[in-house]
Ligand binder design. Structure first.
Ligand code: APR
Length: 231
């Protein structure tokens, strides 16, 4: 008899990559690697000082190149043996990919991609730096393929559709303060089992049927796995 695997949708955030050495955004006094987010991650910043924005993301790209997936990324990839796993990540790193996860949506873009500042569909791979004067096929300056604050999130509808058909919903390492990503949990059917793993679990009192595991991502993954396999 063929048994279809349960659909397990996992929303991840910066906390899952913290133990790989990539800094989270809100654990450090509103500064992100010493930068004010407003000055590097908004369309206004790009207009005002594109050089600074490029420098910031060139740095992030180097950090990600030096980082390795940790046990939490690998743990989620292994869940594919037992579940139909869909990762929806807010992270711009590629650590889920490198750990072996297959179905991944990057809600907030990808650090190893760049695009025309005029045409969001002109996208290219990039492993090293983007410089001022680097242009796309349409002649426009290239910018990081990142969804900045105040920009629409093109993949949110697809993510919401996937979440709405989940059998189980899991959240790992996100403060759940940035919308629309944080609102995804409301698309999951109220009855399905939900879990949240975070070293400081955010308030989820309005979410029905959710269990919290308050641990670091790498330490909590074995607990999560056990709970999932017992369902
Ligand atoms: N293990 C588990 N959780 C951790 C760990 C860890 N080792 N380290 C930090 N955390 C948790 C924190 O407790 C917090 O809840 O990870 C979360 C990180 O929250 P944020 O820094 O706000 O990151 P995230 O929720 O991913 O941010 C969302 O905001 O800045 C924008 O676009 C950016 O995608 C990002 C979005």
């Amino acid at each position: 008899m063929i048994q279809t695997k349960k659909k397990l949708v996992i929303l991840t955030g910066a906390g899952i990559s913290a133990e790989s050495g990539l800094k989270t955004f809100r654990d450090s006094d509103g500064l992100w690697e010493g930068y004010n987010i407003e000055e590097v991650a908004t369309p206004r910043a790009w207009k005002k000082n594109p050089q600074l924005v490029l420098e910031f993301y060139n740095c992030r790209r180097k950090n990600v190149l030096e980082a390795r997936p940790n046990a939490a990324h690998y743990g989620l990839a292994e869940l594919e043996n037992d579940f139909d796993v869909h990762i929806i990540t807010q992270n711009i790193d590629d650590l889920h990919e490198r750990a072996g996860s297959v179905k991944i949506i990057h809600l907030h873009g990808e650090i190893f991609k760049m695009r025309s500042e005029k045409d969001e569909h002109l996208i290219y791979e990039i492993r090293d730096d983007i410089r001022m004067g680097d242009v796309a096929k349409d002649g426009a300056q290239l910018r990081p393929h990142i969804v900045w604050f105040e920009e629409p999130v093109p993949l949110i509808e697809e993510a919401a559709r996937i979440t709405a058909t989940a059998d189980i919903f899991v959240v790992v390492g996100t403060s759940l303060v940035v919308y629309p990503a944080a609102g995804l949990v409301n698309y999951a059917s109220p009855e399905i089992p939900k879990f949240i793993l975070d070293q400081r679990v955010p308030d989820t009192s309005s979410v029905y049927n959710i269990k919290a595991i308050e641990k670091k991502a790498t330490e909590g993954i074995p607990d999560l796995k056990q709970m999932l396999l017992r369902l």
